[in-house]
Design a protein around this ligand. Structure first.
Ligand code: GLA
Length: 726
C-alpha cells in the first residue's frame, strides 16, 4: 500500500519507491504538512515547534494558546484568512465580499486507481496507482475543498489537484487557486526555472529562494515562451548527478503562477497553480471548480533523477494515442522550405524528394486555405484554396501517398483574421473588449473558444478538410498571446480558464474522431510546450528557432521535464533563417535527432552530395530512433556552462547507449574534453560500435571517455556502445 493512515496519530503517509510524503491532521482539525523527501520509516511529527511568536495570530480553537499559529506551522493547503501571512494556495471571496477561508479536516479516503479530472488533462494509470482524497470544509462559507493526491508508487510520482465546491446559497469567487503547496520546514533551496522568449525558449536559470521570494508565471493565455510551468527546487548543493531535489510540473496550457519564498522563520514555501491576475472565477451555488493538476516528484540523485521520472511519467501516463510509444514519422515541413509561396506541385516535389531521401511524411504548413498568401488574412476560413494548390486536396494527398509518403497539414483553429470571410460574418466571435480596439498579434485576433458555437463551427470546418483524404498528421498552431480577455457569455473572471477548457474540449473531440491522427502541438514554436498539451498532442514543435546551436540550449532546458519523444526538432537550411549561422549537416542532424527528427528545407536546393548525406542521416536516425524515443536520457554537460554539449540515451535494459557530443566553442591549442557516461551496468563490457573497442561499464562511467579534438567549429559526434553478450 502506497498510502496509509495512522489512526492514533492521525498521520497520512504516502510512500513511493524512493520517497515519503507525510501530513497530519492536528488536534484542531488543521491539515499540516510534515515531510517530503527520501523514503523514511516512521513519522516526522517531532519536527513541529510551538513557540509564542509576536504578530503571529492565534485561532480561537487554540483556546488562548499563544504558541499555536497557522503563520508558523507547515501547511498542506494554505488559505487566506487563517492568520497565515505567507503566500497562500487558495483565496476565496465569499458572497458577503469578505476574503477568508478557514478549512478544517472532514474525512479522507484511500482508493485504488488514479483519479481523473473532468475536462482537464491529468496523469492516468491503468494499474499500480492509488488515490487519496482529503475533504476539508469551511463551515461559515459553506465551501468544501477536496484535495486529491494520485500516487504512482513505482514511478515516484505524486500528483495533486483540488476541487472547490460552493455548497452555500450565494455565489463565491475564487481569487487565487493553486493545486500544490510544498512547505519545507528548514534548509536552503535553489529554484531552477526556465525563462525564454519566442525563438529562444526554456533557458536554464538557477537562483536562491530567499526571504524576498519569487513569483513568475504567464498572463499570455498560454503557458508561454516566457516562463515554463515547471520548476525544480533543489537543496543548495544539489547538481545534475547528486543531491535532493523536488519537481513541480503544472499540467496546464494557460495562465499559471509559481511562487516561492523563505518565510520569517526559515520555512520555504512553494506553490504551483493558476495565475491570479485575470482570474476571478465565479461559482454559483452548487458549482465546483477543479484546479489543474501538479505533478510532484522527488530525487535524491540530483536533476537527472527528476528528469528521468518526469520523462517516464509523461511518456507512459500523460501522452496517449497510437504514437505514444511508437517511433514518429520522419517528416519534411514546407514552412522553411517555401513559407507561403507554394502550390500543390511544390508539395508534391517535396514528397518525391522525401521518398528518395528516406523521409516518411510531407507536411503542408501555413498557406493552403482561404485567402492566405501572407500572415495578414484568411485565418478562420478553413476551406482548401484549390486555385492556389492547382488541384483538390484529395488529389494532392493521393499523389503524395502514391510515392509512398504520408501527408500532414497545418491548422490554427483558435485564430481569426479580420480579413477573412468568417470575420465578415461573425465579427463578434473574436475576443474584444467593448468600446476598445483590440491589441493585435501577428495581425490576427483570438476566437472566443469559451463559446461552444464558435468551437463547433471551427470543428466542423476543420473536419470537413480532414475528411477529404488520408491525412495522418496535423500541426496545431497558436500564434499570438491573448490580450483582450472578454466574452459575451461568461463572467469575465472565468474567461482565461474557460478558454483553455474550450481548447481541451476541442482537442479531445478531435482525437476521438480521428484516433489514428498524430497531432503536433505548436505555438510559434514552443509557446505552449506543457504537459497539458502533451495529453492531446504527443509531440510539440520545440521552437521556431531551428538554428542547431541555439537548439542545444532550447532542447537542454526542455529536457528537464519533457522527454525527447515530445520535442519537435528539424534539420533546416544554412545559413540558418533565424540566426544566419552555418553549421554542418552532420551537426544539424545530430541535434535534430535529439527530438522527433525531420527536415524543414527546400530539397531542390540540396546538392547531390548533400542528398546522399541526408539519405545516410535518415537511415542512421532509423537505427537509433527507438533508443532515442524510449531510452533514458542523460545530460552529460550543459550548453549554458560548458564549451561542449553532450548527452546520452540508454535503453531501459541498459544494453545499448548512444552518446552525442557537439563542440560549441573552438580554441587554438585546445583543451581535451572528457565526459563520464551514465546509466550503464558497471560490471558489463560495452563495445564501441565504430571502433570495435571494448570498455568496462564502470570505466565508461567513472573514468569517462575522451572527446575527439578536431579542427573546425561545431563538430558533432555520435558514439554507440552495445553491451557485450556473455
Ligand atoms: C508558427 C509556427 C511555424 C509555422 C508558422 C506558420 O510560427 O511555429 O512553424 O508553422 O507559424 O505561419
Amino acid at each position: 500500500m502506497a498510502i496509509f493512515y495512522q489512526e492514533d496519530k492521525k498521520i497520512i503517509t504516502i510512500n513511493t519507491a524512493c520517497s515519503t510524503y507525510q501530513m497530519m491532521i492536528d488536534k484542531y482539525g488543521a491539515l499540516l504538512h510534515l515531510y517530503y523527501g527520501k523514503r523514511i520509516k516512521g513519522d516526522a511529527e517531532h519536527l513541529l515547534a510551538y513557540l509564542d511568536r509576536g504578530f503571529s495570530g492565534n485561532p480561537v480553537e487554540a483556546g488562548g494558546d499563544r504558541t499555536y499559529s497557522y503563520d508558523v506551522l507547515p501547511q498542506e493547503y494554505p488559505t487566506l484568512g487563517t492568520g497565515d501571512f505567507r503566500n497562500t494556495a487558495l483565496n476565496l471571496r465569499n458572497s458577503d465580499g469578505s476574503e477568508c477561508c478557514r478549512l478544517k479536516y472532514v474525512s479522507h479516503s484511500i482508493t485504488d486507481g488514479k483519479y481523473a479530472l473532468e475536462g482537464l488533462p491529468a496523469v492516468y494509470a491503468k494499474e499500480g496507482a492509488q488515490t487519496l482524497e482529503i475533504v476539508l470544509a469551511d463551515e461559515v462559507a459553506d465551501v468544501q475543498v477536496k484535495l486529491l493526491y494520485g500516487v504512482l508508487e513505482a514511478e515516484d510520482i505524486i500528483t495533486r489537484s483540488a476541487v472547490i465546491t460552493n455548497r452555500g446559497k450565494g455565489s463565491i469567487t475564487l481569487e487565487k487557486a493553486g493545486s500544490a503547496n510544498l512547505d519545507f520546514l528548514y534548509g536552503d533551496y535553489d529554484l531552477i526555472s526556465f525563462y525564454g522568449r519566442h525563438a529562444l525558449e526554456r533557458n536554464f536559470q538557477r537562483s536562491r529562494i530567499g526571504h524576498s521570494g519569487t513569483v513568475f508565471g504567464s498572463r499570455r493565455g498560454t503557458s508561454s515562451h516566457q516562463y515554463s510551468p515547471a520548476v525544480v527546487i533543489a537543496e543548495k548543493d544539489a547538481n545534475e548527478t547528486a543531491g535532493n531535489c523536488y519537481g513541480m510540473l503544472f499540467v496546464y496550457s494557460g495562465n499559471f503562477m509559481f511562487e516561492a519564498e523563505k518565510d520569517q522563520f526559515g520555512l520555504t514555501r512553494a506553490i504551483m497553480g493558476l495565475q491570479s491576475d485575470l482570474f476571478h472565477y465565479h461559482l454559483e451555488a452548487g458549482e465546483a471548480f477543479t484546479v489543474p493538476e501538479t505533478i510532484l516528484t522527488f530525487s535524491g540523485e540530483g536533476f537527472s533523477g527528476i528528469s528521468k521520472r518526469y520523462h517516464r511519467c509523461i511518456r507512459n501516463h500523460i501522452c496517449r494515442g497510437p504514437y505514444q510509444n511508437r517511433v514518429r514519422p520522419v517528416l519534411i515541413n514546407s514552412w522553411e522550405a517555401a513559407y507561403f509561396d507554394f502550390d500543390g506541385n511544390t508539395i508534391f516535389e517535396l514528397a518525391k524528394d522525401a521518398a528518395e531521401l528516406g523521409i516518411d511524411m510531407v507536411v503542408m504548413d501555413d498557406g493552403w486555405f482561404g485567402k492566405r498568401d501572407d500572415d495578414n488574412s484568411g485565418l478562420g476560413d478553413w476551406v482548401v484554396n484549390e486555385e492556389k494548390l492547382g488541384c483538390t486536396l484529395k488529389e494532392l494527398i493521393e499523389k503524395v501517398n502514391s510515392v509512398g509518403v504520408k501527408f500532414g497539414i497545418w491548422i490554427e483553429p483558435e485564430m481569426i483574421s479580420e480579413d477573412s470571410e468568417l470575420y465578415r460574418k461573425h465579427p463578434d466571435w473574436a475576443m474584444k473588449i467593448p468600446q476598445r480596439s483590440p491589441v493585435y498579434g501577428r495581425n490576427q485576433l483570438v476566437l472566443d473558444f469559451t463559446r461552444k458555437e464558435v468551437r463547433d463551427y471551427i470543428f466542423d470546418s476543420i473536419c470537413a478538410v480532414l475528411d477529404q483524404g488520408n491525412i495522418e498528421y496535423v500541426k496545431w498552431d497558436m500564434n499570438r498571446s491573448i490580450t483582450d480577455v472578454f466574452s459575451v457569455e461568461r463572467p469575465q473572471g472565468n474567461v482565461t480558464h474557460d478558454y483553455v477548457l474550450g481548447v481541451y474540449e476541442f482537442l479531445e473531440k478531435l482525437i476521438s474522431r480521428y484516433p489514428k491522427l498524430l497531432i503536433e502541438g505548436c505555438s510559434g514554436g514552443g509557446g505552449r510546450f506543457d504537459a497539458g498539451m502533451l495529453y492531446y498532442t504527443p509531440q510539440i514543435w520545440c521552437s521556431d528557432n531551428t538554428d542547431a546551436v541555439n537548439r542545444l540550449k532550447i532542447q537542454y532546458g526542455t529536457s528537464f521535464f519533457y522527454p525527447v519523444s515530445t520535442m519537435g526538432a528539424h534539420v533546416s537550411a544554412v545559413p540558418n533563417h533565424q540566426t544566419g549561422r552555418t553549421v554542418s549537416l552532420n551537426t544539424r542532424g545530430v541535434i535534430a535527432m535529439s527530438g522527433t527528427f525531420g527536415y524543414e528545407l527546400d530539397t531542390k536546393k540540396l546538392s547531390e552530395e548533400e542528398k546522399e548525406a541526408v539519405r545516410v542521416q535518415t537511415a542512421r536516425f532509423k537505427v537509433y530512433a527507438d533508443l532515442i524515443q524510449t531510452g533514458d536520457y542523460y545530460r552529460l554537460s550543459s550548453p549554458f556552462a560548458d564549451t561542449f554539449t553532450a548527452w546520452q540515451f540508454v535503453s531501459e535494459d541498459r544494453k545499448r547507449t548512444l552518446v552525442s557530443v557537439v563542440l560549441t566553442e573552438i580554441e587554438g591549442n585546445p583543451e581535451v574534453h572528457y565526459v563520464r557516461l551514465r546509466g550503464l551496468e558497471p560490471e558489463k563490457i560495452y563495445i564501441e560500435k565504430q571502433s570495435g573497442r571494448e570498455y568496462g561499464g564502470q570505466v565508461l562511467m567513472e573514468a569517462g571517455i575522451r572527446i575527439p579534438v578536431e579542427f573546425g567549429e561545431y563538430q558533432a559526434y555520435q558514439m554507440e556502445f552495445v553491451m557485450k553478450q556473455a
